[in-house]
Ligand binder design. Structure first.
Ligand code: HEC
Length: 219
């Protein structure tokens, strides 16, 4: 009797259950364990994916710098660095905006710089006025010509539009930060105060120190 090359399940069961004990059908179709090489394209694809993943992580993870990674020892430490109040959050935001928009010239320390020439904001009488009006005007429209800051004369130019390119909320945060940082002690500023100056002064050219002194210091 010839073997059926593809016995059905029932055939095979039948074969092995035969009462005469003779098993037919054989095991020609049983699964066989066999080693096969992984296809080359799969190895190459995995290699390329791995390389891309490394680049992606490196670009998006700040190059795994110690400043970003591993700088916290515990959750308690992370918690202690979270802002505790709205004012703290505002000043933290202001610090970031300040460093991006004004810090290039006035420096993150607020001490100003020789190159580019910029007077200090730390301890400046133009910053520590009772009202924020002067600072808002300077930040929005810039300043040029001679100006005395902390007893020293400067004659440079701050471009207009630095503060205009920021949202009212961001500029308010930055000016609030400046008025409270580095030992400065002046009131916080609201976005509404920025908006009010913008509405009255829209398109104003760069100020001179003299122009600014026309406005009361508590405005
Ligand atoms: C491109 C450089 C530059 C940038 C950016 C800049 N400033 Fe100034 N700032 C100056 C210079 C220069 C002066 C002095 C101008 C003069 O001599 O008339 C000045 C003067 C000032 C003054 C008055 C003088 C003093 O030191 O107190 C204030 C206040 C001020 N800037 C605030 C700001 C704020 C706020 C920002 C960001 C929104 C800013 N500046 C961004 C260059 C800059």
């Amino acid at each position: 009797m010839s073997h059926n090359p593809k016995p059905s399940r029932r055939d095979r069961q039948g074969a092995s259950n035969r009462s005469d004990g003779v098993v037919r059908g054989g095991d020609v179709n049983e699964p066989v364990v066999e080693l096969k090489a992984v296809p080359l394209w799969l190895v190459v694809l995995l290699g390329v994916l791995f390389y891309w993943a490394q680049l992606h992580l490196d670009h998006n993870a700040a190059g795994f710098q110690a400043r970003v990674y591993g700088s916290f020892d515990s959750f308690a430490q992370v918690d202690s660095l979270q802002p505790k109040s709205d004012t703290e959050a505002l000043l933290a935001r202001g610090k970031v905006v300040y460093e991006q928009a004004c810090g290039v010239c006035h420096q993150p320390t607020g001490l100003g710089s020789q190159s580019p020439l910029a007077p200090p904001l730390a301890g400046s009488e133009w910053v520590n006025t009772p009202g924020p009006g002067r600072m808002i005007r300077i930040a929005l429209y810039g300043l040029q010509g001679e100006i005395s800051v902390k007893g020293e004369m400067y004659n440079a130019a701050m471009p207009g539009g630095v503060g205009e390119s920021l949202s009212d909320a961001d500029l308010a945060a930055a000016i609030s930060y400046i008025r409270q940082a580095w030992g400065n002690k002046a009131s916080l500023v609201s976005p509404q105060q920025i908006k009010a100056v913008k509405e009255k002064m829209a398109g104003h050219p760069q100020w001179t120190a003299e122009d600014l002194l026309q406005f009361p210091a508590d405005e």
